[in-house]
Design a protein around this ligand. Structure first.
Ligand code: FEO
Ligand code: CA
Ligand code: CA
Ligand code: CA
Length: 601
């Protein structure tokens, strides 16, 4: 590939302007089409009703809401494959004809069923040049497909790895501590060399309510009385932490799914630790071991690395899942441009008294005790394989200077509460409105205990000196999704929060975007602008780089300070259905170049 030959990826498209339009904007010579949107059937199931009156049972056969990270798994190369995408969360004001009024068990079930993961089979149209309705080069969902599947907040899931069966994972409905219903708040993702998908549970805490005094563990993970406002607890005891105190411990994991075996049971892989997992990006090392990079997306949380003990092929030949047997580390970035991976193991002297399961269930507390570097909200990570370099987005931070409460002892007895984290070399802004990108690199292999690092870009508007941005080219901020394509181009997606889109510090930035970056020159060009109030998240190309799948999440989202208005769901956006539709819908779009060339070239 070009990266190995030191050639430079060239950005061959003309940058699109800032946009506040309620549409997806792509460069001249490109076409973006909606592949599937919330509520569309994943196979030959029920169709979406624009008034949102589909039942909970129907939703379980339809694409979930608010799609995020995605992976394309080739079946027949770049012509046919499985497209797997997370459905991170729901806007229950949009999920029902009457919003959250008259909440009942059916509503809880529909909301649970709109969460999780959606799997569809997709195929590139062979088309006929004389038939304009079936234009060559675009993509269709295969219906019916034996691979189409929904995994929801109610799907039986196995708990695997060292913490399976731990007493802290036992509930009244599961005395084994090895079987949980559902996966929640799957933000970003990963995939393994053995063909499985990794869905990562991020803000799982917000579904639970805890009215009594919080334990230190609950404090550290944010299990509170108010939650995020979901009403599931009113009909489902699982979400009342006062009654089921261990249920929250069964969330916050990485979930492995085999998309090629539709009957298989997904497994929560506890060796990867428990946190607000943004994603899990797998890189194979020279000796065949796997390295998994993970961010914990909250202000002043950490970046983690997992290394399997065995080469993945050897482990699998012995019947060991490579994600069950390995060592978890957390990153410390030194001011001199070096860094180290601190092992989160019982033999780390700073974790004296911690068992492995203490560490895996309270990974945040273990990382506090180990002395890791608090980061500005770690989001996605990807790798430049030949350059032995990883790159991560740190989306923004309004609380550098205040730390999360710390639980440093396995019995929860010490809340160390370190000082407000000051600015440091790896997180150099006191108020980081725009976020930054950080890289780390190795000498010989991905498993080395130390690394070098640098800041790749401080985001913001490079034309505005007050921003202190080091971007070369088009402005962007709040980087979230990141993707290194096979040619080595870097794609960055933004998640400016709805209340600040094109306002305040983001005045003039327009809607959220995806930019392409030449990693050698750092030249940055705006490739895509999303519709109103959306976040752009989820991106992957087919192996031939001639198709790109991109997620558009929460178009038309209301700012936090506005209550939902079921009578006016299109107040902010009517994308993608337009005036004929009933409400905005998150969707996966497919982008092709009209001349059939590689995306970005
Ligand atoms: Fe769900 Fe950190 O984004
Ligand atoms: Ca999101
Ligand atoms: Ca994200
Ligand atoms: Ca984000």
């Amino acid at each position: 590939d070009t990266e190995s030959r030191g050639e430079r990826p060239v950005l061959g498209f003309e940058s699109v302007p800032v946009s506040t339009a309620d549409e997806v904007v792509v460069p001249k010579g490109y076409t973006a089409e909606v592949l599937i949107a919330w509520g569309d059937p994943v196979s030959n199931g029920p169709v979406f009703k624009q008034d949102a009156s589909n039942t909970a049972a129907e939703q379980a056969q339809q694409w979930g809401m608010h799609n995020d990270g995605l992976v394309y798994f080739p079946f027949v190369g770049s012509q046919r494959g499985l497209l797997v995408q997370n459905n991170e969360y729901t806007d229950d004001g949009l999920l029902f004809p009457d919003g959250v009024a008259n909440w009942n068990q059916e509503k809880t079930n529909k909301s649970l069923n709109a969460h999780g993961v959606s799997i569809i089979e997709v195929t590139k149209r062979t088309g006929f040049p004389w038939d304009r309705r079936r234009r060559r080069g675009q993509w269709d969902v295969v219906r019916p497909s034996p691979f189409a599947r929904r995994i929801t907040g109610m799907t039986p899931i196995e708990i695997g790895g060292p913490a399976a069966g731990d007493p802290r994972l036992v509930t009244s409905e599961d005395p084994t501590g090895r079987r949980v219903l559902g996966t929640l708040n799957n933000c970003a993702m990963g995939f393994t060399p053995w063909g499985t998908y990794l869905a990562c549970e991020e803000n799982f805490n917000g579904y639970f309510r805890k009215n009594g005094p919080q334990t230190l563990l609950e404090r550290r993970y944010g299990i509170t009385a108010a939650g995020f406002g979901y009403l599931w607890h009113t009909t489902d005891k699982r979400f009342r932490a006062d009654e089921e105190p261990n249920e929250p411990n069964r969330f916050g994991w990485v979930v492995e799914i085999d998309p090629f075996r539709p009957q298989s049971t997904p497994v929560k892989r506890t060796a990867l630790g428990r946190m607000k997992h943004e994603g899990a990006w797998v890189q194979e090392a020279r000796n065949g071991r796997i390295v998994v990079y993970m961010g914990d997306d909250e202000r002043n949380e950490y970046i983690y690395r997992y290394v399997s003990n065995l080469p993945w092929r050897v482990a699998r030949a012995q019947g060991i899942n490579p994600l069950d047997d390995g060592i978890l580390y957390v990153a410390k970035f030194h001011a001199d441009g070096t860094g180290e991976w601190l092992p989160l193991t019982p033999d780390n002297p700073r974790l004296a008294g911690w068992s492995l399961n203490d560490i895996l269930i309270n990974t945040r507390g273990a990382a506090d005790a180990a002395g890791a570097t608090m980061m500005d909200r770690p989001e996605w990570i990807d790798t430049f394989p030949r350059a032995l370099t990883a790159i991560a987005t740190l989306t923004n931070n309004s609380r550098r200077g205040s730390s999360p409460p710390s639980v440093n002892n396995p019995d929860g007895s010490t809340a160390a509460g370190s000082a407000r984290p000051p600015v440091d070399a790896a997180n150099p802004r006191a108020i980081n409105n725009y976020g930054h990108l950080i890289r780390w690199f190795y000498r010989h292999d991905w498993t080395e205990p130390t690394f070098g690092w640098d800041v790749f870009a401080l985001c913001g508007d490079p034309a505005n000196p007050a921003h202190g941005s080091t971007i070369v080219g088009d402005k962007y901020g709040s980087p979230d999704g990141i993707y290194v394509d096979p040619s080595g181009r870097l794609w960055v997606q933004t998640d400016v929060s709805t209340s600040t889109i094109n306002a305040g510090a983001y005045a003039g930035f327009g809607n959220n975007v995806m930019v392409a970056v030449d990693p050698h020159t750092r030249e940055t060009r705006r490739f895509l602008v999303g519709p109103k109030q959306c976040e752009v998240t989820g991106v992957m190309m087919t192996p031939d780089e001639r198709t790109m799948f991109v997620g558009i999440q929460h178009p038309g989202e209301r700012p936090d300070d506005l209550p939902g208005d079921p009578a006016n769901p299109k107040q902010f956006s009517a994308w993608p259905d337009g005036p004929a539709g009933g409400r905005p819908r998150s969707a996966c779009i497919v982008i092709t170049k009209d001349d059939g060339g590689k995306i970005g070239s």
